[in-house]
Design a protein around this ligand. Structure first.
Ligand SMILES: *[C@@H]1O[C@H](CO)[C@@H](O)[C@H](O)[C@H]1NC(C)=O
Ligand SMILES: *[C@@H]1O[C@H](CO)[C@@H](O)[C@H](O)[C@H]1NC(C)=O
Ligand SMILES: *[C@@H]1O[C@H](CO)[C@@H](O)[C@H](O)[C@H]1NC(C)=O
Length: 268
């Protein structure tokens, strides 16, 4: 064995050992690597959970039966042509999905969804509180948020890890519950379990500058003591209400932007 080879091996072994010592955890998806800073190593499972959720979401969105709604059934709808579809899962809880067109360019809609999470209670009356527990990397964080009482279901709260990626010319964001021992359950709320919440944001081909085609998927166990049948009926309603609030919110943001642009033009 040459000396040079041996030295190379020793260097490589040291780098590997250093990563072990520093406990650097990373995930690479679509050519982008998220590496946990060493002081956040306690969130290793959260990072891996978010990455797994992303991969599940990506697979789901790419499945031809998702596009054709094969195996999905209409669950809820409104006068505004929003339709929530549902399908049963092996966990015994329903998975629901809805497609809406949101006002705004796809990059702006993604950006607002990512950075605006803690502002949710300001415009979504279904949300009681929301905040970031930790920012793990530029594309991964951990959120906690709670619903108000909805229909027969009393307030639920969630602690979940989120991750997003640009995939070609669109985005996927995915989220899944994590067990964090240092985040106690909020008083008066039931901690629910999010198997998967995900969104895909694509430029609407009819108006890519102004509209974003958005698919949202949610698979949740609301927990608590209500009969499964009853709870299952509520999940689709919650999704429909959220879709309506989201459309309204992005409509308002777009309107404000357009007005500001017009005012600037008029002033010029
Ligand atoms: C996470 O980052 C956002 C900015 O993107 C910041 O507003 C927020 O305070 C940060 N939260 C924590 C817990 O560090
Ligand atoms: C989370 O914690 C609960 C309660 O300790 C446990 O039953 C469950 O299996 C855990 N789930 C995961 C994915 O770690
Ligand atoms: C997009 O919106 C702008 C105003 O913000 C408008 O000038 C433009 O015509 C719109 N594009 C299409 C394709 O409607």
């Amino acid at each position: 064995m040459s000396t040079k080879f041996l030295i190379t091996m020793v260097i490589l072994a040291n780098i590997f050992a250093m990563e072990q010592v520093l406990g650097m955890t990373s995930v690479t998806l679509h050519g982008v690597t998220d590496t946990l800073p060493s002081e956040k190593e306690k969130y290793k499972v959260a990072l891996e959970t978010a990455a797994a959720a992303f991969q599940d979401a990506e697979k789901l969105f790419a499945d031809p039966t998702f596009e054709s709604r094969d195996g999905w059934k209409v669950d809820q709808s409104n006068d505004d042509d929003d339709v929530v579809y549902a399908k049963h899962t092996k966990e015994g809880t329903k998975m629901v999905t809805v497609r809406t067109v949101l006002a705004g360019k796809v990059d702006d809609v993604m950006q607002e969804t990512w950075t605006g999470a803690s502002g949710l209670p300001e415009w979504n009356p279904n949300i009681d509180f929301a905040s970031t527990i930790a920012n793990l990397t530029d594309h991964v964080d951990i959120l906690t948020y709670g619903n108000n009482d909805i229909l027969v279901v009393s307030g639920r709260e969630f602690v979940s890890a989120r991750l997003y990626r640009k995939v070609g010319d669109y985005y996927i964001m995915a989220s899944r519950s994590v067990n964090l021992t240092d985040v106690p359950e909020k008083r008066g709320k039931v901690r629910a379990w999010l198997y998967l919440a995900a969104a895909r944001f694509r430029a609407d081909p009819t108006d890519p500058e102004n509209k974003t085609l958005t698919d949202v998927v949610m698979h949740v166990d609301l927990k608590g003591f209500l009969p499964k049948l009853l709870v299952n009926q509520v999940v689709g309603k919650i999704m429909l209400m959220d879709a309506e609030q989201n459309k309204k919110h992005f409509g308002e943001i777009k309107q404000k932007k357009d007005e500001a642009k017009k005012a600037a033009n008029d002033a010029a």
